[in-house]
Each structure stands twice: as structure tokens, then as C-alpha cells.
Design a protein around this ligand. Structure first.
Ligand code: TYM
Length: 338
């Protein structure tokens, strides 16, 4: 009799170890990791090679990797269910990156939004790693033949490029080796962007507007109470200015629908008290972060456990990467003469 066992689809996603995880990372990515880990064949990693574009010191890099690993686990990613690993533990990724670079063109790389943004904001460090960042990311994804990639809206273009590079390789070598990786979102709707509370833009590690999972409740309350708003609506059903819209966006992500509805009604009838809204928002954020924070504090100094998880993940991830690389080399024609 045929086995009834369904083959699980594969999922890959990563986070750079450039700072502690914030609400953007959690709601844009990690929450989906938790939802997917038991139903899919998951690879979640720490993108330490990607973080080298900003030249961290060796000590900072190591501390960052350790911190993100502890935070992944503290969020509830189960190393027995998902493969959790560190990117640099799987050198096959950089080999695939080299091959993909041969078919990645200067024009398309230069047109990438994140590259243009970095070239503008850090003109003294426009390195080749930044230019080919989407190629390395494609290698991360397709080396495990991923079907889905749970990421936030800011990674949409990179993911589109991963599909381009995967399809291009398949076409070039006349073989459907790589599936086209698709975005995955928590609620099956659009990819999300968690806003910062400083008036505009997204929450980011380097924007100084992050609310972090490890933060203690008093600090979170302070940050939320300082969020930018305005003098309040003067007309019924007035369109919200961006800072106020952002406050509502965050509330829609962390609070119950009735809570959002209550404050929407208050806003639309010009009765809103932003202080009350912020107090509620802070408490709803704290309800998410508190259990995670406690586990981060427990885990971050448990070197033995972190080491064990990293070793186990490296072994599993390498096994899958080596398998793909063997096929890749064969297709390209890199065959041994001995
Ligand atoms: P990184 O480290 O900047 O962010 C990690 C994850 O968090 C999401 N994210 C957000 N989502 C919503 N709103 C926000 N404000 C917000 N800020 C961050 C990101 O979308 C991402 O999912 N290039 C990637 C790392 C990477 C990767 C990969 C991801 C390397 N290789 C392969 C997926 C697959 C990055 O820099 O993410």
C-alpha cells in the first residue's frame, strides 16, 4: 500500500544578528515561524554572513548570533521540530552564491531598492556584498528548495529576485531543480510592515525606533507613551495622519479586534484620548513580550544548550545543502575528473 504520509513543503527564513529582535521581526517573521514549524519542513537561520556588509567587530558578531539564537528559542521555535542553524555553519550556501552570481546582472542588482537606499545612506561603504546581497539571500532559500518564505513586506523585492534567480538557473540548465519560493504571511493576507512609533516609516533595528522583545515593561510603557501623535481629530471620520495611523496599525497587530474598534469609534467621533489608547497599546505589547523576555533571560547564558542546538541545526541544514549542491555541480558541469 502507498504510504499515506504527506510530503511536507519546505520553508526557509532568516534574521540578521544585527541587534535584538523587535516587534517588527516578531510579527513580520517569527510569529509565522511558530505557526509553520510543525506542518512544514522548516529551516530558520541566523544570517551572520549577510550582517558582514556593515563590518561588525568579531565580538559584536558573536554576541549578536548568540542573542538571536536565544531569542528564536525564547519565542518558542522548537529545535526538534524546525532546523535552527547559523548561516556560516553551512558553507555550501556561499558556494551556491558564487554560482548564482554568474547569472546575476549588474543592472538588476543596482536597481534593487535596498541597495539604492544603502548606497544613499552609507556612501562610504558601498561594497560588493551589498550589491549581491539578494543573490546570497536567494542561495539561502533555494539551497533547501524552499516553497515558502515567511518574511515582512521589506523583503518582498528580495524574494522576487530569489524567484528570478531560481527560474533563471532552471532555464539555463534545462532542469526544474528549484521551486519558485513564495511569500508566506501569518493570516494569508498581505505581507506586513510593522511601523515605528516615531511618526513615519517601519520599525527597524537601526532606526532607533524599536520596541524589543527583551525590554522590560517600564521601558516599553515609556516608549509607547512617547509615540508621536497630533492634537486630535477636529472632524468626524477624519483621515488619520501617518503617526496616528501607525499607532492604529500597531494596535491592529497586537490588540484584540474589539479594542481596535473601540478606539476607531473614539477617533471617528472626535473623542479619542491618545493617552488612553497608548496605555492600552503598551499593556497589549507587554502581554506578548513578557513571557518571551523571561525565557530570553534564562536562555542567553546557557552556552551548553545554545551550542547543542546550533550543532544539531548545522548537521541537518548541511545534509540538505550538500544534497542540492551535488545536483547543482552536476548540472553546471563541474564534474570530477578523478
Ligand atoms: P532582517 O534581519 O532585517 O529582518 C528579519 C525579519 O524581520 C522582518 N521585519 C519586519 N517585518 C515587518 N515589519 C517590520 N518593521 C520589520 N522589520 C523586520 C523582515 O521582513 C524579516 O523577515 N535579508 C533578511 C535576512 C535574510 C533572509 C534570507 C530572510 C537573509 N537570507 C533568506 C529570508 C530568507 C533581513 O535582512 O532580515
Amino acid at each position: 500500500m502507498m504510504s499515506e504520509k504527506k510530503i511536507k513543503k519546505t520553508v526557509v527564513s532568516g534574521i540578521r544578528p544585527t541587534g535584538n529582535l523587535h516587534l517588527g521581526n516578531y510579527f513580520g517573521a517569527v510569529r509565522s515561524f511558530l505557526k509553520m514549524q510543525h506542518d512544514f519542513n522548516c529551516y530558520f537561520f541566523i544570517a551572520d554572513i549577510h550582517s558582514l556588509t556593515t563590518h561588525p567587530t568579531p565580538a559584536n558578531l558573536q554576541a549578536g548570533v548568540r542573542q538571536v539564537l536565544a531569542e528564536y528559542l525564547a519565542c518558542g521555535i522548537d529545535p526538534e521540530a524546525a532546523t535552527i542553524f547559523i548561516q556560516s555553519d553551512v558553507p555550501e550556501v556561499t558556494e551556491l552564491y558564487t554560482y548564482l552570481n554568474m547569472n546575476a546582472y549588474l543592472g538588476e542588482l543596482e536597481r534593487t531598492t535596498s541597495f539604492k537606499e544603502k548606497a544613499r545612506t552609507q556612501p562610504d561603504n558601498v561594497n560588493a556584498g551589498l550589491l549581491t546581497y539578494p543573490v546570497l539571500m536567494a542561495a539561502d532559500i533555494i539551497i533547501h528548495k524552499a516553497n515558502y518564505v515567511p518574511v515582512g513586506k521589506d523583503q518582498e523585492q528580495h524574494l522576487e529576485m530569489a524567484r528570478t534567480f531560481a527560474n533563471r538557473f532552471n532555464r539555463m540548465y534545462h532542469h526544474k531543480l528549484f521551486p519558485a519560493p513564495k511569500p508566506f504571511t501569518f493570516d494569508g493576507k498581505d505581507m506586513i510592515k510593522v511601523p515605528g512609533l516615531d511618526g513615519s516609516g517601519k520599525m527597524g533595528k537601526s532606526s532607533g525606533n524599536g520596541i524589543y522583545l527583551y525590554e522590560d515593561p517600564a521601558d516599553i510603557r515609556k516608549k509607547v507613551m512617547r509615540a508621536v501623535t497630533d492634537a486630535g481629530p477636529t472632524e468626524m471620520n477624519q483621515v488619520k495622519p501617518e503617526p496616528v495611523e501607525n499607532l492604529f496599525t500597531l494596535m491592529k497587530i497586537v490588540s484584540a479586534p474589539e479594542t481596535v474598534e473601540y478606539f476607531e469609534n473614539q477617533y471617528n467621533s472626535c473623542q479619542i484620548r491618545y493617552g488612553d489608547m497608548k496605555k492600552q497599546l503598551a499593556e497589549d505589547i507587554i502581554a506578548v513580550t513578557t513571557p518571551i523576555r523571561e525565557r530570553i533571560l534564562e536562555l542567553v547564558n546557557d552556552s551548553e544548550y545554545l551550542g547543542k542546538v546550533a550543532r544539531m541545526g548545522a548537521e541537518k541544514a548541511r545534509e540538505s545543502a550538500v544534497r542540492t549542491l551535488t545536483e547543482v555541480r552536476e548540472l553546471i558541469g563541474l564534474r570530477k575528473l578523478y
